[in-house]
Design a binder for this molecule. Structure first.
Ligand code: CTP
Ligand code: MG
Length: 384
């Protein structure tokens, strides 16, 4: 996420009942490879280049669950409101809480769980360029017939003039609010209302991955796509800092009172930095110096969680989820065993994946053996 100066909100509608899916619970709360459709959708929002505020519209009896899931994905509290008895009413409930300082509003079906972050960014860019709304759409591949109620074919529809539209649909906030204020009919999409209010709306290229999970067959297709994509990737990272007895020790995300500290531009947390490098390397995103800039004043004195949180956001934005991370500390101090569980818990909660921590010494040999420095080596496994 960059601060591109444009303020973007994404209303994720997840309040439908999922009758056609028939999974026994509202569709957005059905899981796909262990994560709900709502979480998959929010992952895409979180991976956007434009910073965007999600607003989740959920069934009234699932507000608590929706908040917890959403916060787990985004790492901060998310506005969650109860939906209405049609998609249009649910969108209206979401729009009612959009901050007036927002420039561009996206409306997204949680059911389009595999829509990639790049599609969200593309519709924002298109609205900024054009000044009016856009919807992603794909050309219709099948021959389309107009048929009577008895099944008789009346005509072949010219498909070159048709587009199968998807979400996220994006609009200047004022235009979308005006359209909803004027809305009379119940439309199944937002572009329909905005066009009915007299604003221009363009179709921009959609993405096949943004298909809507409607039936059990769609859910299976989504499962297969995700499973087929799951090629694990590993990465390694290491970091060394010199012992500096004049500073406080921060290691593995914990403060170690009374232990000699480690020198460094940030807090010298070699464990956190080695993990960041392992994550970035597994995702092919470079390394900590390239991503964070070792001289960047924003990171002067920063604690490990700042780097870990940002590294997690980046690898997830690139379409991965963290499988697990293993780290080994090489050095004489601190003695990790007493606080190993605490450190593992802290690091695991920051990364949303299991982190295991080990330690070893070097039998008095080398700089670690002489107590001059501490090294950490990390391996990360990412799943896509
Ligand atoms: N939606 C909503 N509120 C409603 C109806 C739909 O927020 N009252 C949302 C759904 O959660 C979904 C999107 O709008 O993300 C598209 O709707 P659809 O695919 O029709 O989902 P459902 O209405 O849940 O499914 P069904 O029509 O099969 O019951
Ligand atoms: Mg529906």
């Amino acid at each position: 996420m960059e601060n591109t100066g444009t303020r973007v909100a994404v209303v994720v509608v997840a309040a439908g009942s999922g009758t056609r899916l028939g999974a026994g619970r509202p569709k957005a709360f059905v899981t796909l490879q262990g994560r709900t459709l709502l979480e998959h959708s929010l992952h895409a929002v979180r991976g956007m280049r434009h910073a965007a505020d999600p607003i989740v519209v959920a069934p009234a009896d699932l507000l608590q669950e929706a908040s917890e899931l959403s916060e787990r994905v985004t790492g901060r509290p998310v506005t969650v409101v109860a939906g209405g008895d049609s998609r249009q009413r649910s969108v209206a409930e979401g729009l009612a809480v959009v901050d007036p300082r927002i420039d561009v509003v996206l409306v997204h079906d949680a059911a389009r769980a595999l829509a990639p972050a790049s599609l969200f960014d593309a519709v924002v860019d298109a609205v900024l360029e054009r000044g009016y709304g856009v919807v992603p759409g794909l050309p219709v591949a099948d021959t389309v017939k107009r048929v009577g109620p008895d099944g008789a074919v009346h005509e072949t529809v010219d498909r070159s003039a048709l587009s199968a539209v998807q979400t996220p649909q994006a609009f200047p906030r004022e235009q979308l609010l005006t359209a909803y204020a004027l809305a009379k009919s119940d439309e199944t999409d937002d572009a329909g209302l905005v066009a009915a209010a007299g604003f221009r709306v363009d179709v921009v290229p959609g993405d096949a991955r943004a298909f809507k999970v409607t039936t059990p067959w769609d859910l299976q297709r989504a499962e297969d796509l995700l499973a087929g994509r799951t090629v694990p990737r590993i990465g390694t990272g290491s970091d060394t800092h010199a012992v500096d007895p004049g500073t406080e020790l921060w290691l593995a995300g914990l403060h170690w009172p009374g232990e000699p500290g480690l020198a460094g531009h940030s807090d010298g947390d070699a464990v956190a930095h080695a993990i960041v490098d392992a994550l970035l390397s597994a995702a092919g995103l470079g390394d900590i110096g390239g991503v964070f800039g070792t001289g960047d004043p924003r990171f002067s004195g920063a604690h490990g969680d700042v780097f870990l949180t940002e590294a997690r956001r980046r690898v997830e934005g690139a379409g991965f989820r963290i499988g697990n991370v293993a780290v080994q500390v090489i050095g004489n101090r601190p003695k990790l065993s007493a606080r190993r569980a605490e450190a593992e818990e802290r690091l695991s909660s920051i990364l949303g994946a299991p982190v295991s921590l080990g330690a070893t010494t070097t039998d008095g040999l080398g700089f670690t053996g002489r107590g001059e420095g501490v090294t950490a080596q990390a391996t990360a496994l990412l799943l896509s």
